[in-house]
Design a protein around this ligand. Sequence first.
Ligand SMILES: NC(=O)c1ccc[n+]([C@@H]2O[C@H](COP(=O)([O-])OP(=O)(O)OC[C@H]3O[C@@H](n4cnc5c(N)ncnc54)[C@H](OP(=O)(O)O)[C@@H]3O)[C@@H](O)[C@H]2O)c1
Length: 353
Amino acid sequence: MNQLIKKNNLKEFRFAFLIHPRGFEDIYVKYPIARYIPKWLLRKILLMTGPLVVGKIYGLKTNDGEEVKGEIIAIPMTGRDMMKDRKKASREVERGVKLASNRGNRIIGLGSLTSVVVSGGVDMVGKYKTKITNGNALTVFMAFEGIRTICQKKDIDMSKAKFAIIGATGSIGSGISKLLIRDGGVQNAILIGRTPEHLQKAKAEFIRLNPNLSIEVSDNLTQVADVDVVVVATSAEGTILTSEKLKKNAIIYDVTQPQNVSKSISLERPDVVVVDGAISKLPEGVGYTTKMGLSKGEAFSCMAETMILAKEKYNDDFSVGHVSLENVDTIARLARENGFKRAPLRSWGKIIL
Ligand SMILES: NC(=O)c1ccc[n+]([C@@H]2O[C@H](COP(=O)([O-])OP(=O)(O)OC[C@H]3O[C@@H](n4cnc5c(N)ncnc54)[C@H](OP(=O)(O)O)[C@@H]3O)[C@@H](O)[C@H]2O)c1
């Protein structure tokens, strides 16, 4: 099957992964001195500095044993600032892609909101001498695996339970919805978002996958009140899901970064399980030098997808815009072949399964 993959024959294949600080805390972890600088000034300094190489990805080799080197490039805006000024954020992401391309990286992964502000990578395709992925195909696959695992553990029959997908019209949310319908046997779902036309379009697409699906749409978050499993895949500016809206014993599967699920749920609703979503376990010896709040040997799946494509010396754009099920199946197979797995399930950082 590997011959289907378009390979690059460059001897030294390099790749990059773009990140951004989720909030100021991420900046303080990397540069403790920044804690003493007023936020307005820090914002200015970051923008003047521009995108920056902040780390390395190590331990990857092609199947022929050639080393594949990766670097991590940070965009100088926090998640909240990026969502507040998407135009400025997209300019900074483009600067980051250009920098990565000029440094000889041949595929670039767009982490978290760096993908969101450039239309899931679509705006960057063909602009520079580098291929693009938003990493969302593996994110969707690992999320589905995690949801299936927690449902099994909690004796939830996925074909009988009611699901809500908040952000079902987005790149990841639509991909997870499609996989839940195709492979999870989900029959009953509500799609929640903010743009009614997008929701209607998504509903029509999902019904084509299973015409017997019972599916509603809503732009009102209180509709999760009778839902068993809530998937959160939004790119909102702050938290949108809080404890008072939830059914007793509900499961929340949260893929958002920065998180759109309120931390107060852990204190106010001990009956509810919030799962930290879409984390991959890396093969032995593979890692990266930048702190991202995850355990050693684990990575966000968008980064893991970029690593896999680089390891395969993939020579085309991969996940851009919405996620196709074909790409999910391809990346799931490549993940298996290259030793990338779903990480243990965690809730607010603590292993639960
Ligand atoms: N865990 C991981 O490994 C991982 C990997 C990659 C990305 N992520 C994170 O996953 C999230 C989704 O990414 P994506 O690429 O799928 O984003 P996306 O394509 O921009 O989709 C975002 C979705 O959220 C909806 N939305 C935005 N703001 C909302 C609000 N205030 N209320 C309700 N719905 C809202 C959008 O609705 P409309 O546009 O239809 O209005 C859309 O459906 C982001 O937080 C990203 O950082 C996580």
